[in-house]
Design a protein around this ligand. Structure first.
Ligand SMILES: Nc1ncnc2c1ncn2[C@@H]1O[C@H](COP(=O)(O)OP(=O)(O)OP(=O)(O)O)[C@@H](O)[C@H]1O
Length: 268
């Protein structure tokens, strides 16, 4: 579905991503994890075609991402950013309808029948029916993030790219957001690539994790194989304790105060 073949990106003298080889298969949910400045957002910009790789290439369905037209790519791939939806003065329903933009012909007509029914279905699924006629700039951050998800659902992509989508959400909305994406993936078979800072959410929801540090892939594989104490310690420079989730068995990362204590003892 998506292939990075020696994909690299340099900004002037800074190499943000070094020749990455990585394959995402159809229907998989990948999490991209790594410390600040490790190249996660850079990789997302290459995947979405917003920026061009300086070396190597990104291929989507066998074609280089730059070879797709903008609308053609948007019909296949949707991107949801950390901020989600800006507080724009449009109504929620209008914003969802904007998700149909890549499908409109030159007369502004959507070839899909019953788009209104589809939009109603999304509003209902995301618990947005009561807010449908409210302006987005009157909504809370968590509500706006649901609107942003609704807009990309209306876009009906096969690939969903999420860049730190839960950063500004409380734990209720974080979980709700991940559940909605999981449900969407189950129903529509979409492929998901998500940059996530929350390793525990990543372990619960992603099939596979790509671990980046200093613009290089440290490792890639299942959450069980990726989230080991040695790896977390070396990548993030923390003292972790890894426990298995009591219900699901997925690895969960706890922090110990050892590193802080050691620093204090050493008088740092
Ligand atoms: N437009 C740019 N111009 C110059 N350097 C850049 C640019 N974008 C990113 N970088 C550099 O590339 C490196 C990787 O940045 P990137 O934003 O991809 O990291 P990240 O893993 O997403 O970080 P964070 O977790 O803090 O969001 C950093 O050193 C950053 O300063």
């Amino acid at each position: 579905m998506i292939e990075a073949i020696g994909a690299g990106k340099a900004y002037g003298g800074v190499t943000a991503l070094h020749g990455l080889d990585w394959t995402v298969r159809e229907g998989e949910w990948w999490g991209i994890i790594g410390p600040n400045g490790s190249g996660k957002s850079t990789l997302m910009r290459l995947l979405s075609g917003v920026e061009r790789a300086s070396s190597g290439m990104i291929r989507v369905r066998g074609r280089q991402v730059e070879d797709y037209g903008r609308k053609e790519l948007s019909r296949m791939m949707a991107v949801l950013q950390q901020e989600g939806m800006m507080p724009v003065p449009y109504r929620v329903r209008e914003v969802l309808e904007m998700g149909r933009h890549p499908y409109l012909n030159w007369l502004g007509q959507d070839p899909k029948e019953n788009v209104d029914v589809m939009i109603d279905g999304i509003l209902e699924k995301l618990d947005l029916l009561d807010l449908a006629d409210r302006h987005v700039d009157e909504l809370s951050g968590g509500q706006r993030q649901r609107v942003a998800l609704g807009q990309v659902m209306a876009q009906e992509p096969q690939i969903l790219l999420l860049d730190e989508p839960t950063t500004f959400l409380d734990i209720h909305y974080q979980q709700q957001f991940m559940e909605l994406v999981a449900e969407w993936r189950d129903e529509a078979g979409i492929t998901v690539v998500a940059v996530l800072h929350d390793l525990n959410l990543a372990a619960l929801y992603c099939d596979k994790l790509l671990v980046l540090r200093d613009g290089r892939a440290v490792s890639m594989g299942t959450p069980e194989d990726m989230l080991t104490s040695e790896r977390i310690r070396s990548v993030y420079d923390v003292e972790p304790v890894i426990v298995a989730h009591p219900v699901y068995g997925a690895p969960q990362v706890l922090l110990s105060k050892a590193a802080l204590k050691r620093n204090e003892e050493e008088g740092n």
